[in-house]
Design a protein around this ligand. Structure first.
Ligand code: AMP
Length: 476
């Protein structure tokens, strides 16, 4: 099937051709015709399936086909995303696919100056991509009028709820016109009861669209576990990158501190590397990502949250330097490679401490991941498993949402050998907001600056915890 049969305009088909896409992905095949009919949509699709184009292309077509009232150039389409990175990526897609159309778009998120955004909004914007917190800042300052929005997209809605944005979403909805003609599109990797409740309030007789989940269809991704001692992981990683001549590798660590340290060590090994995580400024993250995309940075070391939603075309290699505490994060991580039908390789360096985490991941995938011990890196059988360090007190704060590490990892080993690790099984009392996420409104500090406030202390821990238990995932 080609894009020609989906009913898209010549300008959009040209933009698709510019991108070199030969045929629509399953979510695009299903969603584009339905959205063009002005129907509401509830779609389950993860990052990497081509979902951005699935809503962006028909959205652009709708707006360009009906110029509407240009008076004041009101925002006519609003896309809400959970993270700054995802907002930037969706914004870039809107620009890319809309390049032959006379529509204007803008991206707004927190952690950067607000005045340039105000200027841009004042000049008029047809399509606005935003994280909820900064959007509400603009609405509060009356620098943004959402009263003429015709199309609303909630992208990665499950992540938005997971990150505590439900109040912000409700506030945003209250700013939209209530004339019954708005088209609403909800994209989510999962359909939990909370997502269904939100959809029930928001969507009018939606078309339900489901495409296969990545944890059942990772065929394009070659997965492999290399058992190795923890102390030798860095050496093995450098060797793999060097001897296999990997030019672009995304490496996951559990903690921000671990990401920094590993990036520095790789640099010392002569590999250009950068770390990306929630403690880095927006500028530093943007620079690291740009360097990684253009080939200046060969190894990008990331924590889970920072990497969420990253869209790097045809990323060939993902390495789990440390397995995630929450099995679902493994699926998100390896989803960075093998995107939209491309081949990819996902390597996990697994030490004895992580065997329980590996079993949990394999249970989720419903199949074992092939293992290969590499010559010279055979694990030392005399090394005993130790509890997974959570990074607290050493600069890193990675921990599973609403879970204590003991639960995520199973019972900590009864006896610890010496080795100066962090506190075993220390239970984080609160969740840390990362810089890559916009902040939920009800806990944001006055002024909406880039500080990272803690949410659990002031927020609604009960509900947050419930979400966390439902969806899993880890924050950095
Ligand atoms: P997304 O799921 O929206 O994050 O898209 C994942 C990646 O797939 C992006 O790099 C897109 O550029 C790419 N992509 C989207 N649609 C197609 C298509 N029809 N054919 C090939 N690649 C695509």
């Amino acid at each position: 099937m080609s894009f020609n049969s989906l009913g898209l305009s010549a300008e959009l088909l040209d933009a698709i051709e510019d991108q070199g896409y030969s045929e629509p992905t399953p979510i695009q095949r299903k969603a584009i015709p339905v959205i063009l009919q002005h129907r509401d949509v509830m779609a389950s699709a993860q990052t990497g399936t081509g979902k951005t184009a699935a809503f962006t292309l028909p959205l652009l077509q709708r707006l360009s086909a009906d110029p509407g009232s240009r008076r004041g150039r009101p925002v006519r389409a609003l896309v809400l995303t959970p993270t700054r990175e995802l907002a930037a990526q969706v914004g870039a897609s809107v620009e890319t696919y809309g390049r032959h159309l006379p529509l204007k778009s803008a991206v707004i998120f927190g952690g950067v100056k607000i005045n340039p955004q105000i200027d841009k909004l004042r000049r008029g914007v047809d399509i606005l991509v935003a994280t909820p917190g900064r959007l509400l800042d603009h609405a509060g300052q009356r620098t943004l009028d959402l009263s003429r929005v015709e199309i609303l997209v909630l992208d990665e809605a499950d992540r938005m709820l997971d990150m505590g944005f439900i109040h912000d979403i409700r506030k945003v909805l209250a700013l939209l016109p209530d004339n019954g003609t708005r088209q609403n599109l909800l994209f989510s990797a999962t359909f939990s009861s909370e997502i269904k409740a939100l959809a029930g309030r928001l969507l009018d007789h939606p078309e339900l669209i489901e495409v296969a989940r990545r944890n059942t269809t990772a065929e394009g991704i070659q997965q492999r576990v290399h058992p190795v001692d923890k102390a030798r992981k860095r050496e093995l990683l450098s060797q793999l990158i060097g001897t296999r001549n990997w030019r672009q590798v995304l490496v996951f660590t559990r903690t921000k501190h671990g990401a920094n340290r590993l990036a520095q060590q790789l640099e010392r090994d002569g590999l250009s590397a950068a770390a990306i995580h929630g403690n880095k400024s927006q500028g530093a993250r943007t620079r690291a990502l740009a360097g990684f995309k253009n080939g200046d940075v060969r190894v990008l070391v990331a924590t889970d949250i920072a990497a969420r939603g990253l869209d790097i075309d045809q990323l060939p290699h993902v390495v789990n330097y440390e397995l995630p505490n929450v099995p679902e994060d493994y699926v998100h991580r390896i989803g960075r490679t093998g995107r939209a039908g491309n081949a990819g390789e996902a390597i996990s360096l697994v030490c004895v401490d992580e065997h329980k985490l590996l079993r949990d991941i394999e249970r989720l995938l419903k199949r074992p991941i092939p293992q290969q011990v590499l010559a010279g890196y055979e694990p030392d059988p005399s090394i005993q498993a130790e509890p997974i360090q959570q990074g607290r007190g050493r600069g890193g704060r990675s921990q599973p949402r609403g879970q204590n590490p003991g639960r995520a990892q199973g019972k900590p080993a009864a006896k610890r050998t010496a080795g100066g690790r962090g506190k075993p099984g220390s239970t984080p009392a609160r969740r840390k907001q990362t810089g890559s996420e916009a902040k939920p409104r009800h806990n944001r500090r006055a002024g909406g600056g880039p500080q990272e406030g803690s949410r659990q202390r002031h927020g609604r821990p009960g509900r947050g915890r419930q979400r966390a238990d439902l969806l899993g995932g880890s924050r950095d």
